[in-house]
Design a protein around this ligand. Structure first.
Ligand SMILES: C=C1C[C@]23C[C@@]1(O)CC[C@H]2[C@@]12CC[C@H](O)[C@@](C)(C(=O)O1)[C@H]2[C@@H]3C(=O)O
Ligand code: AKG
Ligand code: FE2
Length: 304
C-alpha cells in the first residue's frame, strides 16, 4: 500500500504505476515529411498504432521554443493571476486539475485556445500525405475538413507540475487519464519531459513514448477511425506525471466544421464492405463526447 507524506496534495488524483525503462516504446514509427515515402509510412503507422512521430515538419524550432517559454512564464504566475484567464469551460481559457465537465481529475493545469497557425500547417500536410497514401482524390479531401471556414479547431497547452509527494513510492499521479481524442487527428509537441503513454494490443499494454522536443507526435482520433471505417484506430493514450520534472505539451486538435458528416469515405470501402458506424455530424459527435467521462468508449453509441 502507498503511504503518502502529504496525501492532501494528490488525494483526488488517480495514481498509476511509475513507468520503468522496460516500458519504453523504442519503435515509435517515424515519418520524415520531406521524403517521398511519407504518405505510405503514415498509412502504415495509422493502421498499426494510430500514432506516429513527424520529423522535418518545417516548423522552426525557435517558433516552438518561443511558445514554450511564453507558456512557462504564464504558468509560473500566481494562482490568482492565472485564474483570471479562466474558466476553461465554456469554451476556452485556463483550467486546473478538472478535465472536462464530468468529474475527471489530473495533476495538471492547462489553457484551451482557439487557433495556432504553425501547428495547424503540420496537421494539414499530414492529412494531405494521408489522402495520398490512401489513394483518395483530391489531395485535400481530408485536409479541407480542417482548413474550411468554421472548422472546429482547439489548441491546448498542458502543464504537468512535478509531484514530489510521490517520489520513491513506485507510483505517479495521473496527469491526463486514458482516453482517445474525438477529432480527426491531434498534433502534439512537448518539452524534453516524457510522460505520454500509448496503449498497445487493445489496451493490454501501456508503453512510454520517449520525448523529442524537435518532433511532432500525431494521434489518430475517433472521427478518422470512422472516416476509414475502422481501418485506422483512434489510439488510447494518457499522461503519467514525474515526481521531479515538469512537462509542458502543446496539442492541436484538428476537428472539422460542426455540420461535417462523419461517414466512411466511399473510396475506402471494399466491395460489399459493411459500414461499421451510424451516420453522424461532427457537431452531434462532439456534443455526445462532452457528456462522457475521459476513459469512456465514445464511439460505442455510434456503432451499428
Ligand atoms: C472528459 C472530457 C474532457 C474532454 C471532453 C470530455 O467530456 C471527453 C473528451 C475530452 C477531450 C480529449 C481530447 C482533448 O483534450 C479535448 C479538448 C477534447 O476535445 O476531448 C478533451 C475535452 C476537454 O478537456 O474538454
Ligand atoms: O499533454 C499531453 O501530453 C497529452 C494530453 C492529451 O492527450 C490531451 O490533451 O488530449
Ligand atoms: Fe489526448
Amino acid at each position: 500500500m502507498v503511504v503518502l507524506a502529504n496525501p492532501s496534495v494528490v488525494d483526488q488524483i488517480p495514481l498509476l504505476p511509475s513507468p520503468g525503462h522496460r516500458d519504453t516504446f523504442a519503435a515509435v514509427p517515424v515519418v520524415d515529411l520531406s521524403r517521398p515515402g511519407a504518405a505510405r509510412a503514415i498509412v502504415d503507422a495509422c493502421e498499426r498504432f494510430g500514432f506516429f512521430k513527424v520529423i522535418n515538419h518545417g516548423v522552426a524550432t525557435a517558433t516552438m521554443d518561443r511558445a514554450e517559454s511564453e507558456t512557462v512564464k504564464f504558468f509560473a504566475q500566481a494562482q490568482a493571476v492565472k485564474d483570471r484567464a479562466g474558466p476553461a469551460y465554456p469554451p476556452f481559457g485556463y483550467g486546473s486539475k478538472r478535465i472536462g465537465l464530468n468529474g475527471d481529475m489530473g495533476w495538471l493545469e492547462f489553457l484551451l485556445l482557439a487557433y495556432v497557425a504553425a501547428v495547424r500547417g503540420v496537421a494539414v500536410r499530414v492529412l494531405e500525405k494521408m489522402a495520398e497514401g490512401l489513394g483518395i482524390a483530391p489531395v485535400d479531401a481530408l485536409s479541407a475538413m480542417v482548413t474550411e471556414q468554421g472548422s472546429d479547431q482547439v489548441f491546448r497547452v498542458n502543464h504537468y507540475p512535478p509531484c514530489p509527494a510521490l517520489q520513491g513510492l513506485g507510483c505517479s499521479a495521473t496527469g491526463f487519464g486514458e482516453h482517445t481524442d474525438p477529432q480527426l487527428i491531434s498534433v502534439l509537441r512537448s518539452n524534453g519531459t516524457s510522460g505520454l503513454q500509448i496503449a498497445l494490443r487493445d489496451g493490454a499494454q501501456w508503453v512510454s513514448v520517449p520525448s523529442d522536443r524537435d518532433a511532432f507526435f500525431v494521434n489518430v482520433g475517433d472521427s478518422l477511425q470512422v472516416l476509414t471505417n475502422g481501418r485506422f484506430k483512434s489510439v488510447k493514450h494518457r499522461v503519467v506525471t514525474s515526481s521531479l520534472k515538469s512537462r509542458v505539451s502543446f496539442i492541436y486538435f484538428a476537428g472539422p466544421s460542426l455540420a461535417q458528416r462523419i461517414v466512411p469515405l466511399p473510396e475506402l470501402l471494399g466491395d460489399g464492405e459493411e459500414i461499421l458506424y451510424k451516420e453522424f455530424t461532427w457537431g452531434e459527435y462532439k456534443k455526445a463526447a462532452y457528456k462522457t467521462r475521459l476513459g469512456d468508449n465514445r464511439l460505442a453509441q455510434f456503432e451499428k
